[in-house]
Write a protein that binds this ligand. Structure first.
Ligand SMILES: *Cc1c(COP(=O)(O)O)cnc(C)c1O
Length: 255
């Protein structure tokens, strides 16, 4: 194979340097917490498939995307069986069939209707694979996204909304995932609310996680922590970090 010339400005070197800084922060945070370093998920939304390939070459094994249209095209383009794709955005039920074709995990399970749709999509996907002589895919790992705001307006779609289920609904949602063939309940996911110390929010998340684990011992993972608050997340037991801008750089402006 011939080596492609470096993209202008040495994108690989830039990504390598940013990745190394982030890995250093994660290791330091884990040492402080006396924890094993969490799984890093590089959030590649808005960035091209070439960046995903460069990151894979730098040892990244897990990538995150928040829109099905972008993610499905990128996963097909990169076509690297060594990469795990994590779906981390608001998910419409009618995208479920597409998502289960490439996603290892969905971090944004936030309502019973989506659980039903993902279960049906998994069943259809196994039939599709069987028809093509492919082995079945592993269960879809599911994280329940929880809304950590202490005050939730009745209109859940305001500018402060960052998605997620009301904590009061978590038990029913967890039971639904656990009862659905093809889905594996892994734990909780949250985005720290704006206007609050993320450490306080992640402390609440940890309590919700402890309660969930009492009923579902296998659901002990916590997807929490982004570029700005990964240290607070690790201090409160994060097992999966979703880091975008500190690895990829500032996101290109939205069209
Ligand atoms: C974009 C995004 C991230 C990454 O955020 P950064 O601040 O760029 O690290 C993490 N989680 C979710 C749900 C996202 O949409």
């Amino acid at each position: 194979m011939t080596e492609h010339p470096l993209p202008s400005g040495d994108r690989r070197g830039e990504l390598a340097a940013r990745l190394e800084r982030v890995r250093g922060r994660i290791d330091a945070a884990a040492r402080n917490a006396g924890a094993v370093p969490p799984q890093l998920i590089a959030v590649t939304k808005y960035f091209p498939a070439d960046d995903v390939r460069l990151l894979a070459g730098l040892g990244v094994t897990d990538v995150g995307e928040n829109k099905d249209q972008e993610a499905s095209a990128k996963a097909a383009d990169v076509d690297d069986p060594g990469l795990r794709w994590h779906f981390i955005g608001q998910l419409q039920t009618n995208k479920s069939r597409s998502v289960v074709r490439y996603a290892h995990a969905v971090h944004s399970v936030d309502r019973p209707g989506l659980v039903t749709a993902l279960g049906k999509a998994m069943a259809a996907e196994q039939i599709r694979r069987d028809g093509q002589g492919q082995p079945p895919r592993p269960a879809l790992e599911c994280f329940l996204q929880v809304d950590l705001r202490t005050v939730r307006p009745a209109d859940a779609s305001g500018p402060a909304a960052r998605g997620g289920a009301d904590p009061a609904g978590l038990t029913a949602l967890a039971d639904a995932v656990a009862a659905t063939e093809g889905l594996e309940l892994r734990g909780l996911m949250a985005v720290a609310p704006l206007g609050e110390d993320p450490a306080d929010a992640f402390a609440r998340l940890r309590e919700l996680s402890d309660r969930l684990v009492a009923d579902h011992p296998g659901a002990d993972r916590l997807s929490a922590g982004m570029s700005a608050d990964l240290e607070a997340a690790v201090a409160h037991g994060a097992t999966h970090l979703r880091i975008g801008s500190d690895i990829l750089g500032p996101r290109p402006s939205l069209r």
